[in-house]
Design a protein around this ligand. Structure first.
Ligand code: ACO
Length: 336
């Protein structure tokens, strides 16, 4: 029996910064509304024509993680790619990464768990390593939201929140089972699937034949819908539950948390969790102010930055927690 350990982290965000004031030129919104309700000041949006896609951003983050891990790309045994915004309807971006990195024909798995995608992907990777099946697994979370948002006043309740970017981790076999990923905890509640959703294209909602036949410029089913207040109320409850579940599983108290990295959904949600667990500002990492909500990419980007800033150190108890569309939610308890 082994544990798995993060031995390399990387991130990539597009250069193009979009401030709240920039958005107010596209739609009826303003810096005060966005800042007060979400904490977001700016986000990165890929510019049409600059070449970044969900897969290419994932590859850039992966290259940095591989370099920092100090391994050869051919030592990677498996690839897991979490995203809700793949380049193509199918195949998913895992195989694009395998090709772009020119790694021998290792398996590539795509995870579709929205804001919880990276936590789900880490859990899968961790269990492949724990059973001895693989030694080094590349886990990526990457999103390109900006090309799929309704940037008119009609879509302002959602489009101001989301940003583009990618993060990656190399998970590797750890012989000392007191170190690395101690446990992962995953949940879902599909009865709320339509509270945060992009319905089309989907064979159960808009058939491809319909899409071809019709002029869909006014069809809102292609854009994200979010019941914001319902999502908020569920998020604060589920975040708290799943963090507590992870602590209890490992006989830890809230005082044992050195660093909490929540999915960067909304600063107000993170502040609620911080208060609930009585954590200081130094014990919770937030960067939503700069990147917005990058769903599956938000935790690996935040974890990479926390590590780069020296805020995650050997021996620390690090907690990752996510909640999002599905609903799905989860946590990862790590002894760094
Ligand atoms: N700019 C200005 N006004 C806006 C905007 C905007 N971007 N968006 C909505 N409004 C207006 C609405 O039209 C409404 O106007 P009205 O009162 O005249 O009808 C008013 O602001 C209030 O709208 P609400 O939707 O009720 O705003 P609310 O206070 O609920 O805030 C928010 C919206 C920020 C989305 C909030 O519900 C929230 O924080 N929800 C949590 C969901 C979340 O964090 N989602 C992130 C993605 S999911 C995830 O990662 C877990």
């Amino acid at each position: 029996m082994y544990n798995s350990k993060i031995i390399g982290l990387g991130k990539y965000v597009p250069e193009n910064v979009v401030t709240n004031d920039d958005l107010s030129k596209l739609m009826d919104t303003n810096d005060e509304w966005i800042t007060e309700r979400t904490g977001i000041k700016e986000r990165r949006w890929v510019k049409a024509g600059d070449g970044d896609t969900t897969a290419t951003m994932g590859v850039k983050a992966a290259k940095q993680a591989i370099e920092r891990a100090g391994i050869n790309k051919n030592d990677i045994d498996f690839i897991i790619f979490a995203t809700l915004s793949p380049d193509m309807y199918f195949p998913g971006p895992g195989v694009q990464v395998q090709h772009a990195l020119d790694i021998k024909t290792v398996g590539a798995l795509d995870v579709r768990n929205q804001c919880s995608g990276f936590v789900y992907a880490l859990s899968v990777a961790d269990n492949f390593i724990k059973t001895g099946m693989y030694k080094n697994v590349l886990v990526i979370g990457s999103e390109l939201h900006s090309h799929g948002l309704d940037k008119t006043t009609r879509g302002r309740g959602v489009s101001v929140i989301f940003g583009d970017g990618a993060g990656a981790a190399i998970l590797s076999r750890e012989e000392d089972t007191s170190k690395g990923i101690l446990s992962t905890h995953l949940h879902s509640q599909g009865e709320h699937a339509e509270e945060l959703v992009v319905k089309a294209p989907g064979m159960g909602t808009r058939w491809v034949t319909d899409i071809i036949a019709e002029d869909n410029k006014d069809d809102e089913s292609y854009f994200p819908y979010m019941n914001g207040q319902f999502v908020f109320k569920n998020a604060v409850v589920r975040f708290s539950e799943v963090i507590m579940e992870g602590l209890q599983k490992n006989n830890l108290q809230k005082e044992d948390i050195d660093m909490l990295i929540p999915h960067q959904a909304n600063l107000r949600i993170a502040q609620f969790i911080q208060k609930k667990f009585q954590l200081t500002d130094d014990q919770v990492y937030n960067n939503i102010m700069r990147y917005g909500n990058t769903t599956a990419a938000s935790i690996p980007i935040a974890l990479t930055e926390a590590w780069e800033e020296g805020k995650v150190n050997e021996g620390d108890t690090v907690v990752l927690a996510a909640f999002g569309s599905g609903f799905t939610w989860g946590s990862v308890i790590i002894k760094w």
